[in-house]
Design a binder for this molecule. Structure first.
Ligand code: IMP
Ligand code: MG
Length: 186
């Protein structure tokens, strides 16, 4: 696997530090939205599998808040392609989201199709608020761009793997976020 790596963008120490900082910010912003006595003010994390699995595991262990976790699965690019062509939502959202504060956790914001689709669904469920947290963001924050409230790192428009992100299902277990050599992607 290591011989396929072209460049390390963020090593595990850099990722760990940034994820801790993001968790501290989220904990601070949501500390009034986690009253479990009052269901209407509770926090639900909706995490998009499978790419966010490692980010999510690290993030929530630094969130000292009462929260529920919901995992949903979305395919945004079929087969070996490295650019997303559409979004297929493979699992249903929980239906009791009315009045809840929802934080969507995803690995990377690219075209924004995934987060746009999720936000639309969540708004139909009458969530009290919907915020988004991504480890990586490729698109530049322009007027047209999909908003993410919490962003770990902005990166250039290149394909990255590791720390949960895959190419054709592989490389999720790399501890660093890296780019791959051209021959590994052919
Ligand atoms: P969007 O719908 O175009 O924003 O795509 C977001 C999804 O595409 C992410 O959740 C990833 O699953 C996938 N994706 C986009 N860029 C990359 C990448 O560089 N590496 C791995 N997966 C990616
Ligand atoms: Mg994904």
């Amino acid at each position: 696997m290591d011989q396929h790596i072209e460049r390390v963008l963020f090593d595990r120490a850099t990722l760990a530090k940034r994820v801790k900082d993001m968790a501290a910010q989220i904990a601070d912003d949501f500390r009034h939205h986690t009253n479990t006595q009052d269901e209407s003010a509770s926090l639900v994390l909706v995490s998009i599998m499978t790419g966010s699995v490692i980010f999510l595991a690290d993030l929530i262990r630094d969130l000292p808040l009462m929260l529920r976790l919901e995992l949903i699965s979305i395919s945004s690019y079929p087969g070996k392609s490295t650019s997303s062509q559409g979004v297929a939502i493979n699992s249903s959202l929980p239906d009791d989201l009315t009045g809840k504060h929802v934080l969507v956790v995803d690995d990377i914001l690219d075209s924004g199709r995934t987060l746009t689709a999720i936000r639309a669904l969540l708004n139909e469920r009458h969530a009290a608020s919907v915020s988004t947290c991504v480890l990586l963001r490729k698109q530049l924050p322009t007027a047209m761009a999909v908003e993410a409230e919490y962003v770990g790192f902005d990166i250039a428009d290149e394909f990255v793997v590791g720390y949960g992100l895959d190419f054709d299902g592989y490389y999720r277990n790399l501890p660093d976020v890296v780019t791959l050599k051209r021959e590994a992607m052919s």
